[in-house]
Design a binder for this molecule. Structure first.
Ligand SMILES: Cc1cc2nc3c(=O)[nH]c(=O)nc-3n(C[C@H](O)[C@H](O)[C@H](O)COP(=O)(O)OP(=O)(O)OC[C@H]3O[C@@H](n4cnc5c(N)ncnc54)[C@H](O)[C@@H]3O)c2cc1C
Length: 472
């Protein structure tokens, strides 16, 4: 086991992709295998924070005291059987995708940040553009080896319900507490996942590194699609784009069955036009769609279905882009990924701090949510971009205030949270709560909800020592 103690060697573990500062730790321990992490934890009494790859956006891997456990040496990857893969928590999404390339198998969750570790993506229940059809990380986790902060270990498999006791290897058992809290029904990454009849596994996924440590992970794979039909549709006005989404949903997977539906507002397009000169000048919104097909000879008929649907909806096909092969598909993904990159670069140049939202609502509030965003943002006069997962009613609004407008931006953020919560939505559908969204999470679930989550935390981490400061 490696132990790092000097401030210089610890500094990089006290950062992630949030703007959080002020992290502190006595040392970083790096076990060579899960047995070493177990024996370290059995003898440890300090607070412990788990470190993944540090791409998180909520400071959840940054402690204010105690010791950091980094799983970076647990990076083995091998096929468990034909349709599943066994990965160490430190394996990155990039490494997993390379390992699977040309295997005929595919891991559907596709968060934008490919340097994230698989352990980190489980802890945040990460998702990406394809979650519209394929769902989130949780849907692909079959089994984990899990270590509690006191060093007790278990193998958690799908099917072990919270109505049954969680059995640890030392013979002890933990019962799920009697609580009334339930997670919201929309896409959600805020707080612990709690639904009646769920598996124990589901509780640990998305728990922001505060309930247990994943030391081995078995992921379910799907057969690779033969191809993707994809396009970018441009619209003269935003509403025309929004209104297409419920129509696409109404197909219920028949004929039109996209896996991604990603949005770009006017301000995103204006920024993208600098690189992509052929974006139609008059466009005010765009929609990237992607549909997977299982057999290559379905390509033409699927594309025909899209042409027909879009023509029937009076979408001007001449202004739209349709991928002509793998290279275009890549380019369309790059187009999507360029928005946050351009905004981040702009911010660095301007020395500006962005306020980013990650909220979602259920389908029935979708159009009202879009109208609300448009209206309030227009009134605020603040520079902003809106992009993201339109199909999931889940958009990222980046507020880009000047220094003198910081209070206005914060006020607007609060106003948006207030409205989303009135619709029983979530304040985080993707990035989690960590340390920086706790104020809003407390508002979202109220004192009783928080109390229920404390009961869950207390039965798995009696001394409240793991991931201190995250979520609760
Ligand atoms: C440019 C950019 C784009 C992004 N795009 C997306 C996106 O599309 N979708 C999305 O969901 N997120 C996205 N993110 C956020 C981030 O990539 C994810 O939250 C990711 O899952 C974090 O993984 P990590 O390994 O970096 O974890 P870290 O940041 O190191 O840690 C995150 C949390 O995971 C816990 N953790 C880490 N390893 C383990 C383990 N083995 N066991 C238990 N807990 C553990 C930590 O304690 C912490 O609470 C993006 C981030 C950036 C910077």
């Amino acid at each position: 086991m490696i132990i790092k103690k000097t401030p210089e060697s610890i500094a990089c573990y006290l950062r992630d992709a949030s703007n959080f500062s002020g992290g502190n730790a006595e040392e970083v321990v790096i076990p060579e295998n899960s047995e070493e992490s177990v024996s370290f934890l059995r003898n440890e009494t300090r607070n412990v924070t788990i470190s993944g790859a540090g791409t998180g956006l909520t400071a959840s891997r940054i402690p204010s005291e105690g010791v950091i456990i980094s799983l970076e040496r647990l990076n083995k990857i091998f096929k468990e059987d034909e349709s599943s893969v066994n990965v160490g928590p430190a394996v990155t999404l990039n490494e997993l995708q390379s390992f699977l390339s040309n295997s005929g198998w595919f891991y559907p969750p596709n968060p934008t940040e490919k340097w994230a570790s698989i352990g980190g993506t489980l802890a945040t229940n990460a998702s990406g553009s394809r979650s519209y059809k394929y769902g989130v990380t949780r849907d692909y986790v079959e089994e984990v080896e899990l270590v509690l902060v006191d060093g007790r270990k278990t193998i958690l498999k799908r099917g072990l319900k919270i109505s049954e006791p969680l059995k640890l290897e030392d013979g002890s058992q933990i019962l799920f507490p009697d609580i009334s809290y339930q997670s919201p029904k929309c896409k959600n990454a805020a707080g612990y996942f709690v639904q009646p009849g769920m598996d124990w596994l589901d509780l640990f996924i998305g728990s922001d590194g505060s309930l247990g440590i994943f030391t081995k992970i078995v992921l379910r794979l799907l057969p690779s699609p033969a191809d993707f039909v994809s396009g970018i549709l441009f619209f003269d006005e935003e509403r025309a784009c929004w209104e297409l989404v419920p129509k696409i949903r109404s197909f219920n997977g028949q004929k039109i069955d996209p896996c991604s539906l990603e949005y770009f507002d006017h301000n995103s397009l204006e920024r993208l036009k600098v690189k992509y000169k052929n974006i139609p000048a008059h466009s005010r919104a765009a929609l990237f769609f992607e549909q997977d097909i299982s057999q290559s000879n379905d390509y033409d008929s699927t594309l025909e279905n899209w042409y027909k649907f879009l023509s029937d909806e009076n979408i001007f096909l001449e202004d739209s882009w349709f991928a002509q092969g793998e290279k275009d598909t890549q380019l369309f993904h790059e187009f999507r990924h360029d928005v946050p990159i351009i905004v981040n670069e702009e911010n660095s140049r301007a020395g500006r701090v962005k306020l980013g939202t990650d909220m979602a609502v259920s389908d029935n509030h979708f159009i009202s949510m879009m109208e609300f965003y448009q209206e309030t943002l227009e009134i605020s006069g603040l520079d902003h971009v809106i992009f993201g997962h339109l199909g999931d009613n889940h958009l990222h609004i980046n507020l880009l205030p000047k220094e003198s407008q910081m209070n206005d931006a914060q006020h607007l953020y609060d106003q948006m949270v207030g409205q989303i919560l009135k619709w029983k939505g979530t304040i985080s559908a993707e990035h989690g709560i960590g340390k920086i969204k706790k104020k809003y999470f407390a508002k979202m679930i109220g004192p009783e909800g928080l109390n229920d989550l404390r009961k869950i935390k207390g039965c798995l981490d009696v001394g409240y020592r793991l991931g201190v400061g995250n979520i609760i």
